[in-house]
Ligand binder design. Structure first.
Ligand SMILES: Cc1cc2nc3c(=O)[nH]c(=O)nc-3n(C[C@H](O)[C@H](O)[C@H](O)COP(=O)(O)O)c2cc1C
Length: 328
């Protein structure tokens, strides 16, 4: 892992990042019947991340001499074993690959259970978040900033960047049509199964127009696939009291609970500006959807509009990913 990411960092001239997830259904990759508990997963993640960081530091960039005359490639005294022996990993090191310059690989985290937030607050430069509404983003951002301070970091050391699905068109009506057409073939049975798995509520026999309220919510499943997504779905029910039909169309069910904008470029600009003004986000991860035109509107019209509004850079100052995060 340390080698792969550091190699990518070299190949991209310092533009690699690492999204550290404790994985959905990761157990299946390793022949385990179940996922370990959240506590266990995040304890492993913390040790794993620490070891990767130590490995990256074990062979610093300035250890390289590349001196043809004396025949010295690297100053071996600067390349050190890490001799890590921990609860989950024993790794001797050092890495056989030097670190890329002084621009470190940004660490991103995704997963917002209490254990996930604590882990993020201790190490992450940025969080890839699911925040379907502004209040969810504001709450998460405030909480992560506080937790970061609790770990001896500055509040501003951790950036909150939710996924943002963008279905853009020249008019609102066209954007709505685009969204509807994109999801016209969504599998209802699959959405119902997903709701059942997330919050234990079986809607199979419910009439489409029946409202779901707090009283209908069973207790949370003991070990949900993603606590983050289960909590967000419960939250949506408390927030909207949706009908079954409405619920099955919510981003909490259909789209990884991402923030969603269906409208014109100006609509998107106004909403992003509003979220920024209310300190709900530090940036976002654009997920353009629906059509190539929608993607073009994001890249060719929305991004320049954001730059004109002072919400995005006009030119790059830095050349690395960590530099870009700092200069946003
Ligand atoms: C925005 C976001 C993106 C995620 N991306 C991935 C991913 O790419 N791969 C993956 O296996 N899990 C992904 N996850 C799931 C998390 O790794 C994690 O397993 C899940 O959220 C459960 O952790 P939790 O208990 O902290 O919620 C993502 C979660 C979120 C919120």
């Amino acid at each position: 892992m340390a080698r792969q990411i550091q190699s990518l960092h070299w190949l991209s001239n310092g533009r690699a990042g690492w999204n550290i997830v404790t994985a959905l259904d990761g157990n299946e990759n390793f022949g385990l019947a179940e996922m370990p508990s959240a506590e266990e997963r995040y304890a492993r993640a913390a040790e794993f991340t620490e070891v990767v960081r130590l490995l990256w530091e074990s062979y610093p960039a300035d250890a390289i001499r590349a001196d043809r005359v004396s025949g010295v490639y690297a100053d071996t005294a600067r390349v050190r074993s890490i001799a890590h022996v921990g609860r989950h990993l024993s790794v001797k090191g050092p890495l056989t690959l030097p670190c890329f310059g002084n621009a470190r690989v940004p660490l991103i985290q995704a997963g917002a259970s209490p254990a996930g937030r604590n882990f993020a607050a201790s190490i992450a430069d940025a969080v890839f978040a699911s925040t379907p509404d502004k209040q969810a983003a504001m709450d998460l951002r405030l909480d992560l900033r506080r937790r970061a301070e609790g770990h001896g970091r500055q509040a501003g050391d951790i950036l909150v960047m939710p996924g943002l699905s963008l279905y853009l068109a020249d008019s609102r009506a066209e954007a709505k049509d685009l969204f509807a057409a994109t999801h016209a073939h969504a599998d209802r049975a699959r959405a119902i199964a997903s709701v059942r798995a997330m919050i234990g509520l079986d809607l199979a026999d419910w009439p489409q127009d029946k409202r779901i309220t707090i009283g209908d919510l069973p207790t949370m499943p003991q070990a949900p696939r993603s606590r983050t997504h289960s909590e967000l779905l419960r939250r949506a029910i408390l927030r909207d009291e949706p009908t079954v039909d409405e619920l099955l169309r919510l981003p909490e069910v259909m789209a990884s609970a991402h923030w969603q904008i269906v409208g014109t470029v100006d609509d998107a600009l106004a909403e992003i500006r509003d979220w920024m003004a209310d300190a709900a986000i530090d940036g976002f991860i654009a997920v353009p959807g629906g059509s190539v035109t929608s993607m073009r509107l994001v890249l060719e019209r929305l991004v320049p509009s954001l730059a004109d509004a002072g919400l995005f850079r006009k030119h790059y100052e830095a050349s690395t990913f960590i530099g870009h995060l700092a200069e946003r």
